[in-house]
Design a binder for this molecule. Structure first.
Ligand SMILES: Nc1ncnc2c1ncn2[C@@H]1O[C@H](COP(=O)(O)OP(=O)(O)OP(=O)(O)O)[C@@H](O)[C@H]1O
Ligand SMILES: [Mg+2]
Length: 473
């Protein structure tokens, strides 16, 4: 793409000459002699380089430089001056000019300067692009999202990341609410700013206020010096208020005030302070319920719940179980060949994970620590899983037959087979003793099939005839 250059010089002859030279270099060039006209052009069109005279009637070159940088912060500005005072040159560099030229200058000098200026500009763009890519990778690499459900949760998180909207993340304990909050921050324009976390449930109510807002020396016994709180620490970044459902009515009022006006006071300090902080909040409680019970302020609830994100429990996204096991094995079983037996994997797919991802993470860590063998069986798993397994086998092995409809039992078997084989449809079908086509049909019937399982799959719309089922196995 041809670079575009705008020349602003009150000397019409000079402007024309420059335009002529630069057009021969294949740039797209516009020249104006009126600085106000120049500003107008900057407002409607973006340029790569602005070449601007320092001394012009009406609008001073330095003021113009300032305006130009406000309108187009990315613009490279080269100042031209006949008055070779170091002062003005330095001044223009301070105000963000890329460089300056002292009149009269050789055209070659100008060409080289513009070339260099465009090169650094490209480099800068490339750098931002690389950083963006890296950021994209960082924020998703740690979050396992094989299930469609989790993918749409992540997609939603990325979408809200761009704005400064308050996000309320809900979900059972251990589902990954904090992980998601971090991802929102990392993907947001504030990613270079701080990410500050406070667990409102873990801080005693009397301390919470001074933790959040800071205090003035002498505000209470032990306040020996002025201290900033979390809100100030999170300035130009993100503040993550975890376990928000736990805060007292008095704190709810104070929080509401910051959310409404951005204003707050340190404890014992009358000065009103303002910060630029993006709020993310999380809770594993049903806040709506608490609002109905009168334990959580309605107005605060609506302030927080601008964008709700619900992270579903692990038992509702079975496709994540096997990849999460892999993910944590890679983390805890570093440098080892540790993996689970088919039996252990079966148990883990059948288990309902009341503690969600955190419980699974602990289970994998437990197993890698407990087991001396590389192949880890059921006995290496935590008690909760083993007793679940015992309970189920006492019921006669096929525990899922009880209280389940035929359809539910079938769905669980399909889930287990897919988990066991890491979504390998051919192997899962063989283990279940049906054809791939039949498996595909059933996965789709139960809403378990998605394109990640197999992109090329051509699924039958109707139940395949029984004779299609293989006799082997
Ligand atoms: N999708 C995921 N991929 C990888 N790791 C995950 C994922 N979800 C959660 N984790 C891990 O599980 C653990 C629990 O996650 P997190 O602390 O975010 O849960 P939480 O919802 O905030 O739980 P609580 O309500 O108890 O505070 C963390 O160690 C986190 O790294
Ligand atoms: Mg948490």
């Amino acid at each position: 793409m041809t670079a575009s250059i705008l020349i602003i010089d009150d000397e019409i002859k000079m402007g024309k000459a420059l335009r002529h030279v630069l057009q021969r270099e294949d740039y797209s060039v516009e020249a104006v002699d009126d600085p106000f006209e120049g500003v107008k052009r900057l407002e409607v069109k973006s340029y790569d380089v602005l070449l601007c005279d320092l001394k012009m009637p009406g609008l001073n070159g330095l003021d113009l430089l300032e305006q130009a940088r406000q309108i187009q912060p990315d613009l490279n500005v080269i100042m031209m001056t006949a008055y070779a005072s170091a002062e003005t040159a330095v001044e223009s560099m301070k105000k963000g000019a890329y460089d300056y030229l002292i009149k009269p200058f050789a055209m070659d000098e100008l060409k080289i300067l513009i070339r260099r200026c465009l090169d650094t500009r490209n480099l800068r763009h490339e750098n931002t692009h690389l950083r963006e890519q890296l950021r994209e990778k960082l924020q998703t690499e740690n979050i396992v999202s094989a299930s469609k459900t989790m993918q749409s949760v992540l997609q939603r998180a990325r979408k809200v990341a761009d704005s400064s909207a308050t996000v309320l993340i809900t979900g059972e304990s251990g589902t990954g609410k904090e992980v998601l909050a971090r991802a929102v921050h990392t993907a947001s324009p504030r990613h270079d700013g701080p990410f500050v976390t406070i667990n409102c449930g873990a801080v005693p109510e009397t301390l919470l206020e001074s933790e959040l807002f800071g205090y003035r020396r002498g505000a209470f016994t032990g306040a020996e010096e002025d201290r900033a709180g979390m809100f100030e620490a999170a300035h130009q970044g993100t503040l993550f208020l975890d376990e928000i459902g736990e805060i007292s009515p008095a704190m709810q009022v104070k929080l509401l005030r910051v959310l409404q006006s951005g204003e707050f006071q340190r404890v014992g300090d009358p000065a009103i302070r303002k910060v630029d902080v993006r709020i993310l909040a999380a809770t594993n409680q049903n806040l709506e319920e608490r609002v109905k019970e009168g334990r959580f302020r309605t107005d605060l609830y609506y302030r927080l719940n601008v964008v709700p994100i619900y992270v579903p429990p692990l038992r509702e996204r079975w496709e994540d179980v096997a990849p999460l096991i892999e993910h944590f094995l890679a983390r805890f079983g570093r440098d080892t060949e540790k993996r689970f037996t088919a039996e252990a994997l079966d148990l883990m797919s059948a288990y309902n994970w009341p503690g969600n991802v955190r419980e699974l993470e602990n289970a994998v860590e437990h197993a890698t620590v407990m087991s001396e063998e590389n192949l880890m069986g059921v006995e290496a798993l935590p008690l909760a899983l083993r007793s679940f397994s015992d309970r189920e086998s006492e019921k006669g092995g096929a525990w899922w037959m009880e209280k389940l409809t035929l359809g539910e039992a079938e769905k669980r078997m399909l889930q287990a087979a897919m988990n066991r084989t890491a979504n390998n449809m051919t192997r899962a079908a063989r283990q279940l003793g049906i054809t791939r086509r039949a498996l595909g049909y059933r996965l789709r019937k139960y809403g378990l099939y998605h394109k990640e399982l197999d992109r090329q799959e051509n699924l039958p719309d109707e139940e395949p005839a029984m004779e299609e089922l293989p006799d082997e196995n």
